[in-house]
Write a protein that binds this ligand. Structure first.
Ligand code: AMP
Ligand code: MG
Length: 428
């Protein structure tokens, strides 16, 4: 009996301890999550798969590019010395000894008094030291003679072998994000596969008995599950592979089982819903039941204050509020540094700056507040920011549309006036 009472007391004290668990600052919370990144390793993939991936090693050029001295235009290869004094009213005549098309070459050598006609991209024949464009010449009908109408200097219009890249030159640095331009440059060098970081994988689990999927008619009290979509697609944009949609209701056994199954399959889990203090706010209990290490619960910012961060089997489990705006704000402000580390995508960055507010904001901010805003430049190039929707209640996702930044309002702020300088966090 004594043991039973002691146990009940122990559990009750545990709950009190949790409720007293200190809210922590956003910056501290970011750091605590970032510290739990597990490096996912690298792999070599073909170019089509490399698009959108991050290079894991420097890439060096395997060849000279262009691989031969190359004509940048349609015209004639010749010796600059032959063009001395050439002008529209004083043409110089040269013998055309061959023609080269792109993909072909000539065994002939250009000597004084001769020229070889060539097309853009053809190899420049030996003996020639410049290319004259066709528009500055006049050929005879048979194409055997060409009149040169302009004086050239040596190496005019001459693209040298290896002038883009010499064999062994560095082409791309490790950690570069491979966008269309980078993929094109690699292809131009004949590179068909590159080492990239593995894409981390995540499961996004939505909790809430009230949730239904888009496409189904709503019964009274139901809402559409938007969090999975916001979070899964944002993760994909950041370079994370996401497991199929899992919307689990509020049954703690189902949630526990799914988290237990998924934790071995993915690098991290994001859950939404059930982290506040309501009756069905199960996530804390679930993570404790699973034996997870509870790192923090609740951060000092609005919206999105209820966040639970725990670590299960060495992997981060980030439990966000179910409120769609809150989930989206905490995703951005809390998880970017973690995502930057785990994907190695250095372009994921939260930047801070200041801007001039363009509208009044009347609400008090008893705790720090992040407001969705629209950052732009005014006609003088000054950074200006507009609050998109004055309400921005945590459940209303509307303000994410047309927003490109957060206005970071400090705790205790009585309200803001148009024209005030405010702190901005931009998300890239
Ligand atoms: P909770 O964090 O579970 O207390 O949920 C807070 C609010 O967010 C409730 O109004 C829920 O109906 C709503 N909500 C929870 N999960 C989602 C979701 N996946 N998509 C859209 N709304 C949600
Ligand atoms: Mg819920």
């Amino acid at each position: 009996m004594d043991a039973a009472i002691a146990f009940i007391l122990f559990v009750a004290m545990g709950k009190v301890a949790l409720n007293m668990m200190e809210r922590i600052e956003l910056e501290k919370a970011r750091q605590l999550i970032k510290e739990r990144v597990i490096f996912t390793g690298a792999e070599t993939v073909g170019l089509p798969e490399a698009h959108g991936r991050v290079l894991a090693e420097n890439v060096y050029s395997p060849m000279d590019q262009p691989p031969f001295n190359r004509s940048p235009l349609d015209g004639y290869a010749l010796q600059a010395g032959d063009t001395e004094g050439a002008a529209l009213h004083a043409p110089v005549s040269l013998e055309v000894i061959d023609t080269i098309y792109a993909g072909g070459y000539s065994r002939k050598k250009v000597a004084g008094g001769s020229a070889i006609r060539l097309m853009t991209g053809s190899p420049i024949p030996d003996g020639a030291d410049c290319i004259i464009r066709q528009e500055d010449t006049r050929a005879d009908a048979a194409g055997r003679q060409v009149k040169i109408l302009k004086q050239l200097r040596s190496w005019d219009n001459y693209c040298f072998k290896g002038e883009n890249f010499k064999k062994g030159d560095i082409v791309l640095l490790k950690d570069n994000l491979l966008k269309a331009a980078e993929i094109g440059v690699l292809a131009g060098l004949g590179i068909d596969a590159v080492p990239v970081y593995k894409r981390p994988t995540a499961a996004v689990i939505s909790t809430g008995d009230e949730l239904v999927e888009p496409g189904v008619e709503l019964a009274p009290g139901q809402v559409y599950n938007s969090n999975y979509y916001t979070i899964a697609y944002r993760l994909r944009e950041c370079g994370v592979d996401v497991a199929p949609n899992m919307s689990l209701g509020d049954d703690h056994r189902v949630i526990e089982k799914t988290i237990t199954d998924m934790i071995d399959e993915v690098d991290f889990i994001i859950t939404t819903g059930g982290v506040s203090v309501g009756e069905k706010d199960l996530m804390m209990e679930i993570m404790e039941n699973l034996g997870a290490e509870i790192i923090f619960w609740r951060i000092n910012i609005k919206p999105g204050s209820p966040v639970l961060f725990s670590v299960l089997a060495g992997k981060p489990v980030i439990s966000l509020s179910g409120n769609p705006l809150a989930a989206s704000v905490t995703f951005d402000l809390l998880l970017y540094p973690f995502l930057r580390e785990i994907t190695c995508n250095k372009s994921l960055e939260l930047k801070t700056m200041q801007a001039i507010l363009q509208n009044d904001f009347h609400k008090k901010s008893p705790i720090r507040r992040a407001l969705r805003g629209q950052l732009a430049r005014d006609e003088n190039g000054k950074a200006v920011v507009k609050i998109i929707d004055m309400e921005q209640s945590p459940g209303n996702l509307r303000s994410v549309l047309n927003s490109n930044c957060y206005i970071d309002i400090e705790k205790g702020c009585p309200g803001l006036k148009r024209g005030e300088r405010v702190n901005i966090i931009t998300i890239i």
